[in-house]
Design a protein around this ligand. Structure first.
Ligand code: GLN
Length: 366
């Protein structure tokens, strides 16, 4: 086997989900909803099976590209459909950088970013975001991380695991740096509809010529297993990116592409995302209030369905076995620096009664 197979190590998210199942724990670890997807998506998926069953073009089912273009207010020619956001990020890594190149990203980071850069042969360069700065980006540290080898800046807003959102002004400064150094921007916006105050600025609006936006039907429509994601590319680059992914999955599941094409306009028209935001806001507050009531320090997220909190003296693998609550250790999001002492990420995309059960179990344990 090639030495790169050291990257095949089970991810922390899969591991905690497996342990949660094994010990009958409430799973506040891996970020997937425990409620079913909306009926309008399920019905569209049932209708598509038996009708849209063969390969689609690698660039995506035409009607899904049209629906995405309409929803995101971009040109359909610039849209590529992928097998989830994970494949989107992988295809971009393959298309944009290789040996000798550096990719600037932030720490804490979402787990796929580093292995994907390494698989492409590139070197990830991590710019720290500090809890003491409320996870805000340090623009001078970002500038200092850019070298003549830097090919791209990879960022995520709303941000997993911190739940922070890059301000419009910070994004403008990041764009200015990208223009000055002629860098691509890969903007992971899978939580674009999951914000609690102001809506995040889509980076492609500030720098359409160099931004690749990554999105996810799994996150938006509560169906993470459907593996329908997308990329909005700068003009004229979509065929090239689609040409890269034809060598991996070729296309995303055809009937599910058709289902998402039908569901996207319904979600927009029926106010599905605002209902989702208010439901997540109340689950976020339920979890935060419960934890704070136990004396745990909570850092409220501005977006995503994750919150971070400090549980000093606790260990995730012991917690899942003994308290039967699964959460993700902060260390999973750090490579260059130690994680802040006692930091954990908790997913609140779970039913309120599961959140309450987790709180009861934690209260008894702590
Ligand atoms: N995005 C999910 C999370 O952060 C996990 C995705 C995965 O496990 N591939 O929990």
């Amino acid at each position: 086997l090639h030495p790169r197979t050291h990257l095949s190590k089970e991810s922390i998210f899969s591991r905690m989900s497996r342990l949660a199942q094994q010990f009958g724990a409430v799973n506040l670890g891996q970020g997937f909803p425990s409620n079913p997807p909306p009926a309008f998506l399920l019905e569209a998926a049932r209708r598509a099976i038996g009708v849209v069953d063969q390969y689609t073009p690698p660039i995506g089912l035409p009607r899904l590209r049209e629906a995405l273009a309409e929803d995101l207010q971009v040109a359909p020619e610039n849209v590529v459909v992928t097998a989830g956001a994970t494949e989107a990020l992988h295809a971009l890594a393959e298309a944009l950088y290789g040996p000798g190149d550096e990719v600037v990203m932030f720490e804490p980071y979402f787990d796929v970013y580093i292995p994907q850069a390494r698989l492409a042969g590139a070197t990830p360069v991590l710019v720290p975001m500090r809890l003491e700065d409320r996870w805000q980006v340090d623009l001078s540290a970002l500038e200092a991380a850019i070298t003549p080898r830097t090919k791209a800046i990879l960022l995520n807003s709303p941000y997993n695991p911190t739940g922070s959102i890059f301000s419009h002004e910070d994004l403008e400064r990041i764009v200015a740096l990208a223009r000055q150094h002629d860098l691509w921007i890969v903007s992971d916006e899978v939580y674009d509809e999951l914000y609690f105050e102001e809506a995040p600025t889509p980076l492609r609006q500030l720098a359409p010529e160099r931004t690749f936006t990554v999105g996810s039907a799994g996150k938006r429509l509560e169906a993470t297993g459907y593996r329908v994601g997308w990329i909005v590319t700068p003009p004229a680059l979509a065929p090239l990116v689609a040409g890269m992914r034809q060598w991996s999955s070729f296309c995303s599941a055809a009937p599910l592409q058709a289902a998402v094409a039908e569901a996207l306009p319904v979600a927009r028209r029926e106010g599905f995302y605002s209902a989702l935001r208010s439901s997540y806001r109340s689950r976020r507050d339920l979890l935060a209030r419960g934890l704070e009531g136990m004396g745990i320090q909570v850092f409220l997220p501005q977006g995503t369905y994750f919150l971070t909190a400090k549980f000093p003296g606790i260990e995730a693998e012991t917690l899942v076995r003994e308290a039967r609550v699964a959460i993700i250790p902060g260390a999973a999001f750090y490579a260059d620096h130690p994680a802040p002492e006692g930091l954990f990420r908790l997913a609140f995309c779970k039913k309120p009664d599961e959140i309450e059960l987790a709180l009861e179990r934690l209260e008894r344990y702590i």
